[in-house]
Design a protein around this ligand. Structure first.
Ligand code: HXC
Length: 258
């Protein structure tokens, strides 16, 4: 399918989705969010795809929801339209791993989109922020909730109340980003992480994603039980037998997602 606001490349089992509204620093509008959700669902359905990367430009991953699009909305329009909710729910239903490769600005909805991904690799120039407070509103798709769970109350309050930006070093230190790399190496690093994931058994990969995400939803005892039962369940797979045999036979495992 041809998209207007994103570019999709599928190569070596990885779908790379590049946000592409350069004139607006990849600000998220209805069209972009619909296309992104559609491309992610297509990647989910494509058997060749084993990992997904979402990225932007060198200057901006995404500078937030499109302010021009939102400016004249009434309460009723905002409430009834429920901006981006169907798309974010569609994104959250993707079972394959999604890496956010962030360079430059990841602000407002851009930071929130990055946090919806499974982990964030960023470049040294990355700047994360929830500056909605400067617009007389607040975060709307996770900036007060996901950010708090990721970096804790103090930093989440600081970012949401002052609207200040967090640089790459602070983002890594706070657990928001998993790795920081030089700008020129960002996609190489994200691709290499995606390739590593693509080599694993897809069943274990999807279980990891479900189990880690469950840590945000349920009490520890329930999360541990879910993990343990999934661990037990994986003994029903051929990939468990192959993985353990390969280790003992000192060879590379050949996983078949079975
Ligand atoms: C619409 C945007 C935009 C945005 C940038 N642009 N961010 N357009 N919505 N969020 C446009 C600018 O208007 C400008 O267009 C062009 O992109 C380049 O931006 P500049 O501001 O000229 O660039 P620069 O001076 O380098 O500043 C970069 C910036 C700044 C610091 C990122 O653009 C900025 O503060 N942007 C807004 C960030 C923000 O408040 N995000 C939160 C949005 S609310 P022209 O046509 O003039 O060249 C949100 C809510 C989410 O995200 C919840 C949804 C449910």
């Amino acid at each position: 399918m041809a998209y207007e606001t994103i570019i999709v490349d599928v190569e070596n089992h990885v779908a790379q989705i590049t946000l592409n509204r350069p004139d607006a620093l990849n600000a998220l509008n209805d069209e972009l969010m619909k296309e992104l959700a559609d491309a992610l669902s297509a990647a989910q359905d494509n058997e060749k795809v084993r990992c997904i990367i979402i990225t932007g430009s060198e200057k901006a991953f995404a500078a937030g929801a499109d302010i021009a699009m939102m400016k004249d909305k009434s309460f009723v329009e905002a409430f009834s339209g429920d901006l981006f909710t169907p798309e974010t729910e569609q994104i959250m239903r993707i079972r394959k791993p999604i890496i956010a490769a962030v360079s430059g600005y990841a602000l407002g909805g851009g930071c929130e989109l990055a946090m919806m991904c499974d982990f964030i690799i960023c470049s040294e120039t990355a700047k994360f922020g929830q500056p909605e407070i400067n617009l007389g509103v607040v975060a709307g798709i996770g900036g007060t909730q996901r950010l708090t769970r990721i970096v804790g109350k103090s930093k989440a309050m600081d970012m949401n109340l002052t609207g200040r930006f967090m640089d790459a070093e602070e983002a890594e230190r706070s657990g928001l980003a998993s790795r920081v790399v030089p700008c020129k190496k960002l996609l190489e690093e994200a691709q290499s992480a995606a390739q590593k994931i693509a080599e694993k058994s897809m069943i274990s990969v999807m279980v990891v994603k479900e189990a880690v995400n469950r840590a945000y939803e349920v009490p520890l005892r329930e999360g541990l039980l879910f993990e343990r039962r999934m661990f037990h369940a994986l003994f029903a797979t051929e990939d468990q037998s192959e993985g353990m045999s390969a280790f003992l036979e000192k060879r590379e495992a050949q996983f078949r997602d079975k």
